[in-house]
Design a protein around this ligand. Structure first.
Ligand code: ATP
Length: 511
């Protein structure tokens, strides 16, 4: 088992043990790719939502929110192209009977070549020491250039066959690269087929086919069909945006890697409506803005990168992913897409209702163009959790597991711990809790030794521990322990609020 797999396994079991994520319906042996968020998980999730909403909606005068229903009129999905084209190419291995996404098999193959490049770089860096220049090495080393050429050729072939829907060519590529099933180890593949990812259900009791519904595969369409309702009632002028956080459902062919790919998940999406012809300017703006948002959390700028799409979806004229370095490699965390006027025009045609905006400055009406930012809340959650998980050796020879979650996102901001259960300490601790709990999520804990309680709070990711002892009763001071440095200092109770606020408040991050 590689080190990365090992860490990922530990993150998954840690998140269960400390009430972050549980397998759905676990007592019935679980349901594949469905997960439940426990007491700490729901707090972290809410904090991520709030961090996004504040930045996208509250900090932008020209962006407003929406909460549209999951069920939509079935024609929505005809218009959006999801009924005809929301497909993934799947392929089965005849020996293991395992099913894969053909494009993911090929991308995993590319990732292996990328890993070899990374290994070469590490080796060279060791050999050349201080004198090593990574950019120059990547641009001139023969072996690396060959590997890069290989990657480009594979990408080119995959993208042209996928965008022309030539599934035979996709299979040929899998065979040409001699990609083997990780389970059976053979390259005995079926033909590649398209598989629609939408879940179907029925509304009402009629047997009539017209009541067939789909669970929405993205929240965006709820925004498009409400475009004029929102524009008129909120009196918005172009450019403006509509933001929404909500559930989406996709019958993923292979759902794996924990909450990275689920069949029921949550999206945080914002559709930004602009003048035709100005979409590339706004596409560049949102690319930059969203990357800054990620970096504001301080989880390491090297852990993010853009991946521009060559194989564009049917609705887009430009698209990029913000990828994050998960324990299993760089993978998509957020998509930024220039969706043109595809969706609004399609809904206009299918509904026979005008979805146009009268631009007072230009003195004309048009169907706006759209730039979208779309991030998976659960993937964001996984990026935070996996990035903050640390096993540390301490100076005294002990070790600890700590979640170094950005303090603004931490589920519990401060734990309040009476040293013992007697002498009025619990009462004093609860008094302090009362002062803090309206502004900060706090936890009161009196069981076990103080050392054990510190470890438990480290494992949850609580930025501060406040210990109430005999001295507290005399001079109103407490011991304040910092999660990351483990430094303990004596501070007066009156100062607690401002010290905690100084570290955990959103203004420290987004201002
Ligand atoms: P992928 O290529 O990983 O299937 P996608 O390109 O289809 O993702 P989008 O349609 O752009 O994804 O959706 C926007 C965001 O929603 C993604 O960046 C991702 O964070 C999230 N997302 C998409 N599918 C899932 C899923 N099955 N489980 C969890 N999050 C998802």
């Amino acid at each position: 088992m590689s080190n990365y797999e090992d860490i990922f396994k530990k993150v998954v079991s840690h998140s269960k043990e400390y009430g972050y994520v549980f397998q759905s319906s676990e007592i019935y042996d679980g349901l594949a790719a469905a997960y439940d968020y426990g007491p700490n998980g729901v707090e972290l999730k809410n904090n991520i939502k709030n961090y996004w909403w504040k930045s996208m909606v509250n900090m932008h005068e020209n962006i407003v929110g929406l909460d549209s229903s999951i069920f939509m009129h079935p024609t929505t999905w005809k218009a959006s192209g999801h009924i005809d084209a929301f497909n993934d190419p799947l392929v089965d291995n005849k020996d293991s009977k395992k099913r894969y996404r053909a494009d993911v098999l090929i991308e995993d193959h590319i990732a292996k070549i990328e890993a070899k490049i990374e290994k070469d770089v590490l080796k060279a860096a060791k050999r050349f020491g201080e004198a090593f220049n990574k950019e120059e090495f990547l641009a001139t080393n023969g072996r690396i250039l060959d590997r890069q050429k290989q990657i480009d050729a594979i990408n080119e072939k995959m993208n042209t066959s996928l965008s022309s829907n030539n599934l035979e060519k996709v299979k040929e590529l899998i065979e040409e690269l001699d990609i083997k099933c990780p389970v059976s180890g053979t390259n005995n593949w079926t033909d590649v087929r398209q598989f629609n990812l939408m879940f179907k259900t029925q509304m009402g009791a009629t047997a009539d086919g017209s009541s067939d519904l789909y669970l929405r595969p993205e929240t965006a369409q709820g925004i498009f069909v409400n475009f004029l309702n929102v524009q008129k009632t909120a009196r918005m002028k172009i450019p403006f945006g509509i933001a929404q956080i909500g559930k989406a459902f996709r019958n993923e062919i292979v759902a794996r890697q924990f909450i990275f790919r689920m069949r029921e998940f949550e999206q945080m999406e914002m559709q930004f409506f602009v003048r035709p012809g100005e979409e590339m300017k706004w596409y560049a703006y949102w690319k930059d803005f969203r990357m800054k948002w990620h970096n504001s959390l301080g989880m390491g700028e090297d852990n993010y990168r853009f991946h521009d799409h060559e194989n564009l979806a049917h609705y887009a004229n430009a698209a990029t992913d913000i990828e994050f370095k998960f324990p299993f490699g760089f993978k998509e965390l957020e998509g930024i897409h220039s969706r043109t006027d595809f969706d609004l025009k399609a809904h206009q045609e299918h509904s026979a209702k005008k979805l146009q905006y009268f631009d007072p400055e230009l003195g004309e009406s048009y169907v706006p163009y759209v730039v979208e930012t779309s991030i998976g809340l659960d993937r964001m959650f996984l990026s935070v959790l996996s990035n903050s998980f640390r096993e540390e050796e301490l100076e005294n020879g002990e070790s600890r597991v700590v979640l170094k979650i950005p303090a603004v996102l931490a589920p519990i901001k401060a734990a309040i711990l009476p040293l013992t259960k007697k002498d009025g300490m619990p009462e004093k601790a609860r008094e302090i809790m009362k002062i803090l709990q309206l502004d900060f999520n706090c936890q009161y804990e009196e069981k076990d030794s103080i050392g054990k309680r510190y470890r438990r709070q480290d494992a949850i990711g609580t930025p501060f521990c406040i210990t109430v002892d005999h001295q507290t009763l005399e001079d109103n001071t407490v011991t304040l322990r910092d999660r990351d440095t483990m430094i303990q200092e004596r501070v007066s109770v009156e100062k607690l609020h401002s010290i905690i606020a100084g570290k955990v408040n959103i203004t420290k991050y987004l201002a």
